[in-house]
Design a protein. Sequence first.
Length: 255
Amino acid sequence: MDRKTPTDEKQIIDILVKRGNDHLNEPRGKVGFTGNPDADDLLDDIAGHPHAFVLGCVMDRQIKADKAWIIPYRFSCELGGFEFERLLKLDQDWIRDFFVQESLHRFPKIMADNFYHAIHDIHQKYQGNAANIWAGTPMSATVMRRFLQFRGVGLKIATMAVNVLVKVFKVPLADTTCIDISPDVQVRRVFTRLGLVDEGAGTDELVYRARELNPAYPGIFDEVVWGIGVDWCRPSNPRCAECCMSECCPRIGVE
């Protein structure tokens, strides 16, 4: 497929940012992370069970997201509830055994230890209330740093966590400048096809490109670009004519 003459980059960015802000300004909806209504109810209860969300974030590593996010609910079913006091009483060996016996994770022993340490970090650093991680309208850098302090959490998960807090749970922060894009395969493909990065761009380049394009909130692109990649801009046989970027995408041309 021949390329068109590249369209003004500003037009592309304006469309993506507008769609991102439209999502951001939507009313608070219910999360649908697992496909299990009861499990999603637990994760959605950010006021009553904020530790469920935080522990779900800690578990979201090298397995399918829905399997990671359902782990708090699996504990809830076993324990007869998910009150923080119940979790705090759990022995580390018991948690390890439960992870192994129930095949909760690809890395059961490592993630069981991460689960255990996260509980005790919440207890010691946040007075047993995970909502204190984001209470008081802190800076985005502060919330990012706090998530990164959890054992096993890297930049990708911390970024995802803070993005969800802002976009899904509508948690107010002092700023959004330190919430980056999550450069997964969808983001990489769409950014490349839109001409925002060159073919083969690395993760750091994608992150800094998003910062360059929308420094006030680099992560504003996440949900929009991911959706474009899933719905239209597929690896093969992309549905270009239906895509929201069809009028300005430089990749679209005549065969």
